[in-house]
Design a protein around this ligand. Structure first.
Ligand code: B12
Ligand code: SF4
Ligand code: SF4
Length: 382
């Protein structure tokens, strides 16, 4: 794995780690980006240098093969119903754990990470009940567009200069991106199930290029969670039935983004003012001490999404919603689901000044919005 971080990999925070990092960490400072790769052959070096020049923050290589545990764990996740209404996960379960099931010629996975580390406290707005909290990953432009654009440029380079066939993926393809990135040494799947990087912490987006050429692989990253459980304890909805296992049906990210229809009434109070995604388990991770703020203009928060007023968001109609969130990942959930989320936050605000805002929506043509409005108004009158 090569990372654009200029400093050597940091030591683990106190209380974190398996106890044998000393042996696992390189004895000396790592080579500059691409340095070690010169010994490993030209294609690798050229891809690494190009990736870093394109703005990727880390890159690693793995065989386009995952071990059997990825599929076993995916099947256990699905069998427990932890995917909720994300039926597309079950529909593609046969292909997801094995990149070659998608493309038999694939030999190498080039795994890439883009840092979106915030330069502000992403949990600060949780204490402002008349305001909304939007996950920091969604406050700027849609990361899919940026990451995919860079992947295509890098893939074009691999295809053009090295005569390889390539396919690019980010998020939406039936590929298990986290185990693949761990195999390429980019980080490890922490107890919150996301990839943690020793150099970049929790705040990374992942993407991959599959190619039909063989490239020397990196060593997989090992687990450095140790006895820490900060992320598990930080979760507002107890969405972790066990370390390394997430029940998406309880996760605020799933409930506010993926889940259509009304949210279980027992969970609504736990959403607080989180209206799109959730950062709590990621922000809790002590490895973020070594994270750095991104320098990507596309990820700069829009002013309208920095703790916006709930009262303003609730009044958006379909046209205003589309205009406000053009180019934002939020646009994907549509006005009705968005206003539903805002109404749950209003119900949790304990601010009687917001009762009329909720009351105005009790006859909304969308039954889920109307239900959320009634719930919010009733909760504020209590
Ligand atoms: C479905 C999905 C979701 C679902 C389910 C999340 C989940 N953990 O599965 C929901 C909607 C909840 C979600 C939320 C978020 N997501 Co999401 N999501 C995905 C998606 C599309 C598939 C993930 C998947 O395969 N899940 C299936 C289960 C089986 O996987 P898993 O939980 O990782 O399971 C592993 C562990 O359980 C582990 N395991 C099980 N038992 C044990 C035991 C031991 C000892 C060990 C070591 C491991 C282990 O093995 C399993 C397989 O590796 C990926 C993109 C992709 N194509 O991969 C993005 C992705 C994972 N999401 C991402 C992001 C950013 C988020 C959010 C942070 C967004 C937000 N701020 O709201 C949250 C984080 C919530 C969380 N704690 O996971 C990023 C993560 C980047 C990273 N650095 O890891 C991804 C990779 C998208 C991307 N391309 O960047 N997401
Ligand atoms: S994203 Fe939020 S709700 Fe989901 S597991 Fe993490 S802390 Fe819990
Ligand atoms: S916060 Fe979670 S992911 Fe981070 S080190 Fe602790 S247990 Fe691991």
């Amino acid at each position: 794995m090569v990372c654009s971080t200029p400093s050597p990999p940091p030591p683990p925070p106190p209380g974190v780690g398996s106890g044998d990092e000393k042996r696992e960490r390189p004895a000396a400072s790592p080579p500059p980006p691409g340095g070690r790769d010169r010994e490993r052959g030209a294609p690798r070096t050229r891809i690494v240098e190009r990736a870093l020049a394109l703005g990727f923050d880390a890159i690693g290589f793995a065989p386009a093969l995952l071990g059997p545990e990825a599929g076993e764990r995916l099947r256990a996740f699905l069998a427990a119903g932890h995917h909720g209404s994300m039926g597309w996960m079950a529909d593609t379960a046969d292909r997801r754990p094995q990149p070659r099931a998608m493309w038999a010629q694939a030999r190498t996975a080039i795994c890439l990470a883009v840092n979106y580390g915030p330069d502000f406290d992403p949990l600060e707005s949780l204490a402002r009940p008349d305001r909304a909290t939007v996950s920091c990953y969604a406050q700027g432009r849609d990361y899919h567009d940026l990451v995919k654009g860079r992947l295509k440029q890098l893939a074009g380079f691999v295809a053009g200069k090295l005569g390889a066939q390539v396919k690019v993926f980010v998020d939406t393809a039936p590929v298990m991106e986290k185990p693949l990135a761990q195999a390429a040494g980019l980080g490890w799947q922490g107890k919150h199930t996301n990839l943690v990087s020793r150099a970049l912490g929790s705040w990374t987006f992942l993407g991959e290029i599959l190619t039909d050429i063989e490239i020397p692989p990196d060593a997989p990253e090992t687990d450095h969670c140790g006895s820490c459980r900060a992320c598990l304890d930080a979760c507002p909805t107890d969405a972790f039935p066990a370390p390394y296992r997430l029940d998406a049906r309880r996760c605020v990210s799933y409930l506010t983004i993926e889940h259509a229809g009304p949210v279980d009434e027992a969970l609504r109070p736990k959403l607080g003012n989180r209206i799109y995604g959730c950062d709590d388990c990621l922000a809790a991770c002590p490895w973020n001490k070594f994270a750095r703020a991104h320098a990507e203009p596309a990820f700069a928060p829009r002013a309208a999404l920095t703790a916006p007023r709930l009262a303003d968001l609730a009044t958006l109609d379909d046209a205003a919603f589309r205009a406000a969130f053009s180019g934002s990942p939020i646009k994907r959930i549509g006005r009705n689901r968005f206003v539903r989320n805002v109404l749950y936050a209003i119900g949790n605000s304990a601010d009687p000044g917001l009762t009329p805002v909720a009351a105005r929506l009790v006859d909304d043509p969308d039954p889920v919005v109307a239900d959320a409005a009634r719930w919010a108004a009733a909760r504020l009158r209590r």
